[in-house]
Design a protein around this ligand. Structure first.
Ligand code: PMT
Length: 405
């Protein structure tokens, strides 16, 4: 199962004999759907070559500390920003000690220090080194700071001794990493998400549509699944793979999207309208192909029903989150949508510019609600979606608690 679809994993490999397992780990991470970049410490490079890891990850391996060439292209700060999660496997006793001290004396340690993304370590060392009070204190300190510690396992060691200190097997590490993204903040809730464009037919071969790729909505649906929700995704026509572990309803027109959303909305606890629904459709749909003539053509359009407003107007309806796609006065127009459509929260994003919005891989947004505002900088739509889901869950639970008698 692809448990890490679209996740960007930065794999740190430090000096331990278990580094030979990193090759298999990279292969399994990619098989689980992740994009992988490897950072090798000087010690790690004694056990496995950059070339092996480069061939398996399909990306250059980073190993020189603050190398001018690397820094110009993708420096340690860029690498820290790129990652959705950092896994150091194997993590040697020395690397754990440096991490605990907050040192930045090589590229991997610098990245860990510069990153706010989830960090996990998979210790691998001789059983005596693992049981040393110094190592245990370092690991305890890292745990208290939020670093996830995967393993180690017990068993026969490369040095011939038997005991605790073996790195977990690559397949176990991939499963543990999948769990890192499971936040549980929407556990037990039903979430309905709309995504993608709609197509409004003119004749049997032509339609009116827009540039929505569905990426933002699909990322939100995946993030809601990771947060423990039962998700229904109503999607317009997109070229994306169907996400796993959710119910996908495929539609084409705004009217079909309206039907599908309104059928599922009464059961939903949350509705997130990320679809770019056509505001107008041709008044008449021609049965035969429109013939080309030399004269100008006028298409008569009529408004479509507003799905978001209809969901927000339902009695006992879901907590309703809308999007606002704007080219100017982004926050003002978004606040107007929050008010006019009686939404619980609106996510405003600038569209039509050089970065973010429609089609792009990245997006920036501002979330607005009655009495609140939170800005999210430009980042991958996956990362943004996870942050938005965290905020939406927070607002949903805050409102739920406020409504409790
Ligand atoms: O799909 P991507 O390429 O990843 O791009 C993402 C995105 C830019 C499409 C997405 O982030 C976004 O902004 N989605 C909403 C696009 C939009 O239609 O915005 P709007 O400001 O025109 O509409 C406001 C809200 O009303 C939206 O939640 C929309 O889903 C909803 N609406 C609009 C018209 C309609 N008939 N019914 C609706 O429910």
């Amino acid at each position: 199962m692809q448990t890490l679809t679209n996740k960007r994993i930065l794999l740190g490999v430090s000096g331990s004999i278990a580094a030979y397992k990193s090759a298999e780990l990279v292969r399994l991470l990619r098989a689980a759907g992740a994009e992988v970049q490897v950072v090798l410490t000087r010690g790690g490079a004694e056990f496995i070559t950059p070339l092996t890891l480069q061939a398996l990850s399909g990306r250059p391996v980073h190993y020189r500390h603050l190398d001018p060439e690397t820094e110009a292209a993708m420096g340690h700060i860029e690498l820290a920003r790129w990652a959705d999660a950092i896994l150091v496997a194997p993590a040697s006793a020395d690397f754990l000690a440096r991490l605990a001290q907050g040192r930045a004396d090589d590229l991997l340690a610098s990245i860990c220090l510069a990153s706010e993304t989830p960090l996990a370590v998979a210790p691998a060392m001789n059983q005596r080194m693992w049981s040393q009070p110094a190592t245990r204190a370092n690991v305890e300190l890292l745990r208290r700071r939020g670093v996830r510690v995967f393993g180690p396992a017990s068993g026969e060691q490369a040095c011939g001794e038997v005991g605790e200190g073996r790195m977990l097997e690559p397949a176990e590490l991939v499963a543990c990493l999948g769990g890192l993204f499971e936040s549980g903040v929407l556990q037990g809730l039903q979430v309905l998400v709309s995504a993608g464009p709609t197509r409004e037919p003119i004749d049997p071969v032509r339609f009116l549509s827009n540039r929505s790729s569905g990426r933002m909505g699909y990322a939100l649906a995946r993030a809601a699944v990771e947060a423990g929700a039962a998700v229904t995704l109503v999607s317009g026509p997109v070229a994306l793979a169907a996400p796993q572990r959710l119910r996908l309803v495929q539609v084409e027109t705004a009217a079909e999207m309206y039907e599908a959303v309104m059928a599922a909305a009464p059961e939903a606890d949350l509705y997130i309208g990320a679809a770019a629904v056509a505001d107008y459709r041709p008044r008449r749909r021609l049965l035969d192909k429109l013939k080309k003539t030399a004269t100008p053509l006028t298409l008569e359009l009529e408004p479509t029903a507003d799905i978001l407003a209809a969901v927000a107007a339902l009695e006992d309806g879901p907590f309703t989150v809308g999007f606002a796609a704007e080219t100017t006065n982004v926050e003002d127009y978004a606040r107007a949508k929050l008010r006019d459509k009686s939404l619980d929260l609106v996510v405003a994003n600038r569209v039509g510019g050089a970065a973010g919005g429609f089609e792009a891989e990245n997006n920036a947004a501002v979330a607005l609600w009655a009495g609140g505002r939170k800005a999210f900088p430009l980042q991958s739509k996956d990362k943004l979606a996870r942050e938005l889901i965290r905020l939406i869950a927070e607002r949903y639970h805050a409102q739920d608690t406020a409504q409790d008698p």
